[in-house]
Design a binder for this molecule. Sequence first.
Ligand code: MIG
Length: 810
Amino acid sequence: MKLFVTILCILTICSSTVPVYGGWNSLGRVSSYEKQNDGIIISIPPALLSVSVLSPAVIRFHMTPSGSFQTDHSWAVVNTKLGDQKYTISETPDFITIKTSVISVTIMKNPCRILVHDGYGNLLNRDDSVKGMCWSGSDVRVWKTMPRDEQYFGFGEKAGSLGKKWKSFSMWNSDIPAYKADTDPLYQSIPFFYGIRKGLTYGIFLDNTYNTSFSMGKENSSCYSFGAVDGELNYYLIYGPKPVDVIQRFSRLTGTTPLPPKWALGYQQSRWSYYPEQRVRELGATFRNKKIPCDVIYLDIHYMNGYRCFTWDTVRFPNAAGMVKDLAADGFKIVPIIDPGIKNEKGYWVFDEGLLGDHFVRTPEGNPFVGKVWPGDCVFPDFTKINTRSWWGSLYRNLVDIGIAGFWNDMNEPSVFDSPTKTFPDDVMHDDEGRMTDHRKNHNIYGMQMVRATYEGLLKLRPNERPFVLTRANYAGGQRYAAAWTGDNISSWEHLEMAVPMCLNLSISGQSFVGTDIGGFIGNPSGELFARWLQLGIFTPFMRAHTVTGSKDKEPWSYGADFEAINRKSIELRYRLLPYIYTQFYLAERDGMPIMRPVFFDFPEDEETYWQENTFLFGNAFLVAPVLWEDDRQRDVRLPKGIWYDYWTGAKYDGPVSVTVDAPLERIPLFVKGGSIISERSVVQYIDERPLDTLILQIYPSDTSSTVIYEDDGKSFDYRRGIYKLRTVSVTSTDTGYKIRSGKPEGSYKPSARIIQLAVHDVPKSPSAVRLGKRELHEKSGEWKYESIHGIVTVYFPDRGDYFDLRVIK
Ligand code: MIG
């Protein structure tokens, strides 16, 4: 009886203090709070809210309506101590305020609402005063005030325009071939976005693996909201003030893409499917005969015996090991596809082993879940189980033993042909590392844990070799394991145009190693469309052409001799820029810098850039303006503040300025920011063909600037033990000339001896002297030359490995 009364009292207290809006229970009055080392836990009966400081700029908000927190676990977060976790706390009758050295979090007590300000008192983000944090049944959600002039970007893999205001999305990994600009959701879930307003940026990462959703002003023009169908409202607010600060902090939180093997930066050729063996061999030979550089050939599902993973169709591939070996000798890496669906068939070793080891997901009744994919009836590994991941990793052994270089994991949303939901039913159970939870919680991480199993398995099999894994599905943090491509697009101009904002948003969501199926997956592109797509592909970090089964040939030479020449040039440009591109990958691992990024990323004060979705930056030196429209032979482009040079003509512009440049079929409009130093090499047919014999430095001087150039062996993890070479090259332009210096490099890597060919652009007249250290260099003996048409001084000198000091005197 006593108990009953107590419960009744609690219920009445609760119902009287929990405001309800449109079916949502909202946080009411703060009753008390408790200090923790890294923040506070606030009690707002029946809910609890924890506010913790990960660093001065990163705050975690974590709300549970149930009155107790679940065991804390994240698949995405790798690091929660991101910096100084000190804060001060103050209290008034109406507010609790937590201050770090850069932001302050104000918690209104009644009702409980959050406001975040920067150190200058600018409002960064606030809960909507009506709803704020809410729950309804198992749903959790928060409503935030949406300022008129705030724009939103990110959200991982979303098609459509770059800016995401006025749109709504959900996160539920889905296999949707021939998706459109407004198809949502797609293959990957990265519940992370940026809000930016007058140059002031924050990021929000909702770390909840259930089906999450974001409504950016779709139902209400003054609010946006995000939430999940279950689990806790668990999100991180990441202060900038610049977009680059946000991505760097998000990257520390969720990890970065480790440097891939260098060959994975080369051109890659795929189709569904190249077979038999002879055709694969011929494909390789054609690249070499035609002198079109290429590093990787993909094997899609037809290489397997009846689509059984980890087997070969020995009729189509009578000598797979020999093929891999011969192609390797010719500089090709082979990347086969591996799907999660394992044929449900006694006697097939993977099935037998998996059953014995209890590696397959089960229905609530306890039977392995069976669904149809390519092999017919399949069972599916439970990648959320530690043992299953290591078992899966070990399955690659036979393929690795014959020299297979990397792997492509597809269908890992997971995609199931004959299920009404096109994936596992909601009640399929997952180990969830011992927590035993249903598919609703594990769906969005299934692909991520599959590529984790693959990546970690490869690490075990080849401990000092960088794995290369490509994936279609993923979750936040999955950039640690795999590169991503944007799935089954269409060979259309519309899809080419969509490719740019889609890759940009994915890239700034942490997945920097990204690209599309060049030429479009479904359909047959015209020669022009393929050529333009390939040109864009030079500037997507992942550069692979691919196409659906039954389509026409989609190789660089498939469209006649004129296009073949154009396509060769495009691929050659990619190889020429490799030293620069490799350095960008290094910065992506070290700092989380997205390689391909929107113009606003580097120019956040310039609000016009928020709308630029057909132009993008590639590293900090290039602005790329791809031609995305049929028959166009010119391109309009707006250049942001600063000096810009046309890479092709040397024309100089003083931004911000809108210009129209020629864009003949054979080239992609490309601009270099004044002050850039671009490292290039001579063209090779594949990355490891020969060591760099000439390091080309293209210098576009401004007053003073510097850049880094990163080198290592391109394949091992030795760079993590100091065996790399990071050089800083700086340029100063004065009245008397140019001073170009390379400081003492960092790291102990010793590249082979080579020549530096250093070109200084925009030099109005022939220099009076060129000096390397104390030594005068002579024009007559070919140590330097001046081309008056382009205003370029080129200097040649041996690279002694470290310090140099070069003066070009007016
Ligand atoms: O159900 O392996 O997105 O790239 O060629 C289709 C065959 C399965 C989908 C991938 C595509 C691949 C195809 N796969």
